[in-house]
Design a protein around this ligand. Sequence first.
Ligand SMILES: O=P(O)(O)OC[C@@H](O)[C@@H](O)c1c[nH]c2ccccc12
Length: 260
Amino acid sequence: MNSETELAPAVASILEAARERPGGGDRVSVDARSLSDAIDRAEAAGRVPVVAEVKPTSPTAEGTRDDDPAALAEAMVEGGATAISVLTEPDHFGGSAESLRQVRDAVDVPVLRKDFIMHEAQLDVVEADLLLLIARFVDDLEALVAAARERGFQPLVEVHDRAELESALEAGADLIGVNNRDLARLEVDLGTFESVATEVPDDVTLIAESGISSPEDVRRMREAGANALLVGSAIMDHGTGETDITANTRRLTQATTGDE
Ligand SMILES: O=P(O)(O)OC[C@@H](O)[C@@H](O)c1c[nH]c2ccccc12
């Protein structure tokens, strides 16, 4: 664990809860749906690869949506989503392992488990195709990346700056997400992705995360080298008034071909 001195209070309390959360029982063994194949299929079909996130609420969201997670995911796939991310963190994001299970049953695309994983036993809570590991919050990243792969997960390692990128690469990550939101003030700056992306080797699959809300943002992240984008709020309609999940998704997956 790196320093916690610069964390927003909400993040500090998320971590405190995450550290205590028990792991699953039996060791999971996943027959994962490949993200890189899904990205290739989207590109071939002329769609921007978007990982759409089922996020009922968050520390920065206005309000909560408690729609059926499987219905939300189906609407996202209908709008052209390449993969679905599901928050499983219960206390601050309104997530659950059960909602991920329902989503993975309902759609054919790869599903990412989004949580604050701190130790190996927490990998066994639920099956998913992809698993988020946040570089800053994991003590032994290399060991957790390996433990995730042994179970069949494709680990997505999240970084926020070049130093964390370095640790992700040293840990053997080949799927890396750059989070545009800082964990100190919870503010979003798309320049974060642009600055970190220049240091990422070509053989890494690179995902731009957070704060992407318009077709223009999509184009900006693609120009900076994003193979895919992770989008939650702009699709979930946290406060935007746009409640049509399929339309919200389509607007971004068609950002390079649409007329906006
Ligand atoms: O809602 P946004 O700004 O589109 O962001 C989605 C996603 O990137 C964000 O939810 C996220 C990025 N990293 C995380 C780690 C844990 C929980 C959530 C996140």
